[in-house]
Design a protein around this ligand. Structure first.
Ligand SMILES: Cc1cc2nc3c(=O)[nH]c(=O)nc-3n(C[C@H](O)[C@H](O)[C@H](O)COP(=O)(O)OP(=O)(O)OC[C@H]3O[C@@H](n4cnc5c(N)ncnc54)[C@H](O)[C@@H]3O)c2cc1C
Length: 435
């Protein structure tokens, strides 16, 4: 994320806006003053985390609130395994702070660059059928609402607000602080290997249910999938050698796919050949601190669409995506990522009310994606799919409302906390409706 010449851009570079002002509060009093100033001037407010959303969810022509300097650990209760943090702390920094206290987040997504508030706002998730997304670990929140009033919410106080605000899509106020339920620090035993995708599909239930965290990346144009199986363990760390980690995380996950993207633009017919070589990165078997296994660097820029479908709908939805790839005949050059999580009770969580499978498709930035992404979205429409709030999609409030059983609960909290639409922007108008 960067602001240059008054223009803010997200990580992928596909969204930009020219805010009236970029604010950088470092205390809660400064944060409240920003909201009050914007309210007095009748302008909008958008907090921004690390700018790692692909949608325009964080854009505004009003006051853009950059919370990267508002990132301290405020309190830690190692006995209860809880921490309270300022909203702008990145997951990466938080992981280090937790480790030094013998704690960890119970699950994480693929990267740790995001801010805590930005990650929960869009229902950021990892994989693991017994685990929810990051927002399910939020046990307390402090929000600065449209007129600068502060609301503290938790399961015991302002429960309706807490229920909704864990995945607030930035539309309920500025989150000032978050209390997270963590777990004692743990290691993961990771096994990463390429397998024929049809074999993975045949064994899918056993892989999903028999591992704490299972995911796979199907490489379009090939019959291969890269599988990742992680089990929580009390074994001591047995990390990969540095070059092995580099080869797997940097070369296979980034550079090889990046090369495929670059080559694909000029010689699309070469993509399948390059793709077939990636699985030869070989089998990796190691034990490492949990956050170091869950998250890895992402150096190649891309655009992404991700849909959440009911777990039982996965085989049909995935088969349709494979058929689409064959039909459109454009070498995609980037893997299709498949993950599985537990259902939860958060109104706008992608896993609200159901165990969930996620299917994510990617293209390199600058590559045409409309045909591919609209094709995938049509498949997801047929499978009751819910889009990730931070990843590209074409839905509107009218198409989304029937897919979320607790949609009205969210809207009631929104009407109460932000009647004037101080935290609205064109994206929230489109996907949530205007205030
Ligand atoms: C390379 C890459 C890998 C990714 N991997 C995953 C993954 O594995 N799993 C997954 O689920 N997602 C993943 N994502 C998506 C990403 O986790 C989400 O888009 C997330 O919201 C980004 O966090 P951020 O801090 O950058 O928030 P931003 O994109 O800056 O903001 C997201 C939303 O949060 C709001 N917000 C930010 N701070 C506050 C605050 N203090 N109060 C109120 N609202 C606030 C913003 O207004 C906006 O509405 C990935 C994205 C990228 C680019």
């Amino acid at each position: 994320m960067r602001t240059r010449g008054g223009v803010w851009r997200n990580w992928a570079g596909n969204q930009h806006c020219a805010p009236h002002a970029v604010e950088r509060p470092t205390t809660e009093a400064e944060l409240i003053a920003v909201v009050e100033r914007a309210a007095a001037a009748g302008r909008g407010v958008k907090a921004v985390g690390a700018g790692h959303s692909f949608t325009a969810v964080a854009c505004t022509d009003g006051h853009l609130v950059d919370l990267s300097g508002y990132d301290r650990v405020l309190a830690a209760d190692p006995a209860a395994h809880r921490v309270t943090v300022e909203a702008g702390i990145t997951l990466h920094r938080l992981n280090g702070e937790l480790a030094s206290r013998g704690l960890a987040l119970e699950n994480l997504g693929d990267i740790a660059y995001q801010s805590v508030a930005g990650a929960i706002a869009t229902a950021t998730h990892g994989t693991g059928i017994a685990f929810g997304g990051l927002a399910t670990t939020v046990v307390g929140l402090r929000l600065v609402t449209g007129d600068g009033t502060v609301v503290d919410c938790s399961p015991d106080a302002e429960r309706a607000v807490w229920t909704a605000a864990r995945v607030g899509v930035g539309a309920l106020g500025v989150v000032s602080r978050v209390t997270l339920q963590c777990v004692p620090a743990f290691n993961l035993h990771a096994v990463e290997e390429a397998r024929p995708v049809d074999e993975v599909l045949d064994d899918l239930d056993a892989l999903v249910d028999g591992n704490d965290h299972f995911e796979f990346f199907w490489i379009p144009g090939t019959r291969w999938a890269l599988t990742k199986r992680n089990r929580r363990t009390s074994e001591p760390a047995r990390p990969r050698r540095r070059w092995q980690a580099f080869r797997s995380d940097v070369v296979a996950d980034n550079l090889a796919f990046g090369a495929m993207l670059r080559v694909g633009r000029h010689r699309p017919d070469w993509v399948p050949r390059i793709a077939r070589r990636i699985p030869s990165a070989g089998r990796q078997d190691y034990v490492e601190r949990s956050d170091r296994v869950f998250a890895s660097p992402r150096l190649v820029r891309f655009l992404e669409m991700e849909y959440a479908v009911p777990r039982e709908a996965f085989p049909s939805a995935f088969a349709a995506v494979r058929a689409l790839e064959r039909r459109i005949g454009v070498p995609v050059g980037f893997p299709v990522e498949c993950r599985f999580t537990a259902g939860d009770d958060i109104p706008l969580s992608t896993a609200s009310g159901r165990d969930t499978a996620y299917i994510a498709v990617h293209v390199g930035t600058g590559a045409p994606h409309d045909q591919y992404f609209t094709g995938v979205e049509a498949i997801m429409d047929e499978h009751d799919g819910r889009p990730h709030w931070g990843k590209l999609h074409y839905q509107r409030a009218a198409t989304l409302a029937p897919r979320y059983p607790r949609w009205d609960d969210f809207q009631a909290v929104r009407a109460r906390l932000d009647p004037a639409g101080r935290f609205a922007n064109p994206y929230t108008d489109r996907v949530l409706g205007s205030c």
